[in-house]
Design a protein around this ligand. Structure first.
Ligand SMILES: [Zn+2]
Ligand SMILES: [Zn+2]
Length: 174
């Protein structure tokens, strides 16, 4: 499964440590991440960099690294004296559902589906769809490229169906 950094918001630096982090983080904007292992490595290298910056500036307020699994967001903040923390950056990552590619062989452009991600709604085993009567979705094909809640037109068309409950459920306000 591949991932993509589709949004990187960088906020104005509060001090020299933040400036250093911003300089480091900007290189990751709009990058394609090849697999889960690479995503893990990316998270680790950002966390390591933040720890390095914190120990190089012991008198400044420490930068806090955070990873939100269900939103697939990495961010860094500084705890403000009171109230909400000051954010330094927020990096939003999404799963690449399929690759659209032109093929010389059949002179056609095709979307190549990725096994493990529904080609219609983008749900996965950890981020399924939900319907009040049918429960969570399961795979409808052997290749695992379409889920049961997209394959069945009645469930797909039902307004009670909620796709990708973990990534979309908490993200969009109802
Ligand atoms: Zn689906
Ligand atoms: Zn689904």
């Amino acid at each position: 499964m591949m991932f993509f950094v589709y949004n990187l918001s960088i906020y104005s630096p509060k001090n020299k440590a933040c400036k250093e982090l911003n300089y480091f983080i900007v290189q990751f904007n709009n990058i394609l991440i090849k697999d889960e292992c690479s995503l893990h490595a990316l998270r680790c290298s950002i966390e390591t960099k933040i720890n390095e910056i914190n120990s190089a500036h012991p008198k400044l307020r420490p930068i806090r690294y955070s990873w939100n699994e269900s939103l697939m967001r990495i961010d860094a903040s500084i705890k403000a004296g009171s109230g909400c923390p000051d954010y330094l950056f927020a990096m939003d990552i999404c799963r690449v559902r399929s690759v659209f590619q032109f093929s010389e062989a059949n002179s056609q452009a095709n979307a190549i589906s990725t096994p493990g991600i529904c080609r219609i709604c983008g749900c996965t085993e950890n981020d399924p769809c939900y319907h009040p009567d049918h429960g969570t979705c399961c795979w409808d094909d052997e290749e695992h490229t379409i889920c049961s809640h997209c394959a069945d037109p009645h469930i797909a068309g039902d307004p009670g169906t909620e796709h990708c409950i973990n990534s979309k459920g908490g993200y969009h306000e109802k």
